[in-house]
Design a protein around this ligand. Sequence first.
Ligand code: PMM
Length: 364
Amino acid sequence: MLTVRVRQRLGDGAAHLVIGGLQRPEAVAAALPARGVAAVHHGRLDAVTRAEELLAAVTSAERTTLAPPLRRALAAFAAPPPDLDTPAGVLPTSARPLIMGVLNVTPDSFSDGGRYARTDVAVRAGHTLAAAGADLVDVGGESTRPGADPVPVEVEVERVVPVVTALAAAGVRTSVDTSKAAVARAAVEAGAVLVNDVSAGAFDPELLPCVAELGVPYVLMHLRGTPRSMQRDPRYLDVVAEVFDHLAIRLAELEAAGIARERVLVDPGLGFGKTTAHNLALVGATRELTSLGRPVLIGASRKSFLGAVTGVDDPGDRLEASLAVAALAVAGGARLLRVHDVAETRRAVALAHAVATARPTPGG
Ligand code: PMM
């Protein structure tokens, strides 16, 4: 499949593009007018070019298939994404970055392990997140920490559903963090308005048909391997290109499975089969992910790569690093931040968003 990543738009109508899936990328590079970059890396064309020049350089058959994704990616790059419709109203992703507060109802999550294993305690914590300004409370009943074992479906349902039910009844908007169809269904029936799946549909073949039927928004995240194995020496030739292409290809596959693009958010999956260097490169490439045309979710809060950079071992002490990444992600166009420290992130993000959208009129 052809994939189009915009790295930068230039003033003269040209753009720095990376195109995956071309039949003869070297021939296309050779046919482009010289403008600086026109090279092939790991089978992908990396070129500074205008859309018309690029379309003129490919075969007529490829022109037909390349033109729609090329125009879509150029239009989407750096533009605010559309809003998301949910059963509980619109999530205004076009207007501002939103905050998803993390509520892990598990005995073993890495950052808040075990604190919320009791339903009443978890429900109270959900209210606290909402009061602090979370637009969504993300309820998860299975740890996705590196090395974690899967949880039986009944256990996950028992953990998640009472919490979602209580929060929904109190008017708190929830999402469900699960890779299992039965859990997604039970949680949505209990009031969850979005399915957040770290597996991109790879762990349970029933999940995507279930999401298609439920009709709620869906977070499509990149993960290499499984939580049990993912941190064993992850390697990429080009992490940004591979994560981007995976998301682009999976978006098309979701559409074929009945999940409209309009319902999907994309997430590079920081910490899921990635080294510190991979995670940092992906945070730095947030803007490029906006060329997928979907709201970008970034989940960096308290993760171990932040500790690796700052030398802070305790996840609970990684607030400053978490806020720094949140601000950088928003500057790069991210529109949903999955975080533990909601009030602090909200303030940091308000500032980052104000800078990103500041456009004084000349002389004003
Ligand atoms: N990270 C975790 C769990 N779920 N979901 C999405 N979409 N993106 C993430 O980065 C993500 C996630 C693991 O972090 P936690 O143990 O603090 O919940």
